[in-house]
Design a binder for this molecule. Sequence first.
Ligand code: SF4
Length: 409
Amino acid sequence: MSTAVERKDFEATKKMRGVMGKYFTELCQGPEQGRKTAWCTSVGPAELLRALGYNVYFPENHGAMLGATRMATDLIPLANARGFSPDICSYLTSDIGSYLKGESPIQKMKLPGPPQADILVFNTNQCRDVKDWFQFYAREWNVPCVGVHTPRAIGDVDDAIVDSVARQIQELVEPLEDVAGTKLDYDRLQEVVALSKKCTDLWKAVLDAAAAVPSPITFFDSTIQMGPAVVLRGDQSAIDYYEVLVAELQQRVANGEGAVAGERLRIYWEGMPVWGKLKDLSTQFLELQSCVVASTYCNSWIFDDLDPDDPFRSMARAYTGIFICRSEDYKERYIEQMVDRYKVDGIIYHDCKTCPNNSNSRYQMPQRLQERLDKPYLIINGDLNDLRLYSEEQSRTNIEAFVEQLSGA
Ligand code: SF4
């Protein structure tokens, strides 16, 4: 089925360009203004780094930019030639390829490109790749690489785990103070955690709006809208932005205005985005009058546990509670709740070739959930950044057939 496609942009997006532009400008100008730069993994201790006055840079965000601009596929072989396998994280290989070639989407903003790190700070809560990725740069620039080792496949986030992770975050303070040349101000840390919590609450409100029928926002919109939540948590500018976006979403809900005209079906996206094909996929779902209403990916930046009264332990609890480092049982319960909350008709699993950590279709989860929830599923084979691993034709056909199946269900 095909219909006239009408993509409804958000007014707020104009403001977002300003917010993100300012972030990248300050980030790139930071070194010449005497600010130190810390590279941080997506769910690393960003609040601590900000409280210490660092310029905080997130290479995974850069990886996503390389994917979305389709620069990644040509850059990956450069990292492969330096010994990084084509089978490992394509954020890592495209980012290192970008460094080796000296080409970055940040340069298209007329900025010099990602700032060199004075220190790199990882958390293995998501995967081991981030540590190997950061260690490459630590060797390259002869700077420290420190981090947190989080257990994987966690069932309950119990006190023993929180104690261990909180202690590891506290142990980062000294090396971070040494490089920053300043002492940690505990009040400032509490302030940053409070800002981060506000940001996360607003981001949650953005995603929760999609529970409305029709949904005022799609997963594809959210992958773009999440920018400030990823790179500016702990900063007032992200809060200001999401207040505007939430108000716009509430207005859409009040008007009964859906992001997909004539929304017929509601789908859940499990796994990584295919960054280089967001627009094409979004258009296909619009044409099929189907809304991808929710995803594990975008919800991974909701950190309910952050608490300014107990910054270290609450950071530990928040960073350790994320979906990716949890047990299969936890993940299944989580998806079950999401399917219920967002009134989902079917689930798409992206089996992402170079990110086994964020692919949940490989050990029978789709079949188990289908049995329990009675919701059809589709597995798409692809990748987050390496478009050589994604067959567009096959995916289009499979999605069309899946929607057909859901329509008859
Ligand atoms: S979770 Fe996946 S996409 Fe993210 S850094 Fe690790 S391997 Fe790469």
